[in-house]
Write a new protein. Structure first.
Length: 180
């Protein structure tokens, strides 16, 4: 049971919360507001700021959303953060990711049938989230050698930062998995 109230759509009385919920439903692509955001509606300004950060980091930019979500899955698995792991695996499935990729992404990453470039991005994002001081010049050069530019590498680091925070938040409040 979540330690904060989950404000359902039919319980919203604040105009800012309603506007953010409407944006989430329109832009996230699932026609619903995840519990992550419903739990933040207790403070409309924090909800709005976190939605804008999520939207700007995950839904926009040069790195594909699915790749950012896979980075998030790897980080959530490493952090043993059940909410983000399950929600983003479900999201990847809804976005058309194959069951084989999803299964091996969490069970045997080395055998995951992803291109080398995508695997390098996921590994880099995981390192940025779990041991950022261990990122080396060679790791950056590897990504540059695979055709990523500084803007794209920045997006990977921003994604790692976002998921680290999401994991901490959802674990701290014992957030319940959405009814998917």
């Amino acid at each position: 049971m979540a330690l904060f109230p989950i404000i359902q759509e039919d319980q919203v009385t604040d105009a800012k919360v309603q506007a953010v919920y409407d944006e989430i439903k329109a832009e996230l692509g699932f026609g619903m507001v995840p519990n992550l955001f419903k739990s933040m509606a207790i403070n409309p300004d924090v909800l709005e700021a976190n939605w804008k950060k999520f939207r700007g980091t995950i839904l926009r930019g040069d790195i594909p959303r699915t790749l950012k979500e896979m980075v998030g899955v790897a980080i959530s698995q490493a952090n043993d953060s059940e909410y983000a792991l399950k929600v983003h695996l479900h999201g990847l499935s809804a976005l058309g990711m194959s069951e084989e990729v999803l299964r091996t992404l969490v069970s045997d990453f080395d055998a995951c049938p992803l291109p080398a470039r995508e695997k390098a991005v996921i590994r880099f994002g995981l390192k940025a989230a779990t041991n950022p001081k261990e990122l080396t010049t060679e790791m950056y050069e590897e990504l540059h050698g695979m055709g990523l530019d500084d803007r794209e590498i920045f997006e990977i680091i921003a994604t790692a930062n976002l998921f680290t925070g999401v994991n901490q938040y959802t674990d701290a409040i014992a957030l319940e998995i959405d009814s998917l």
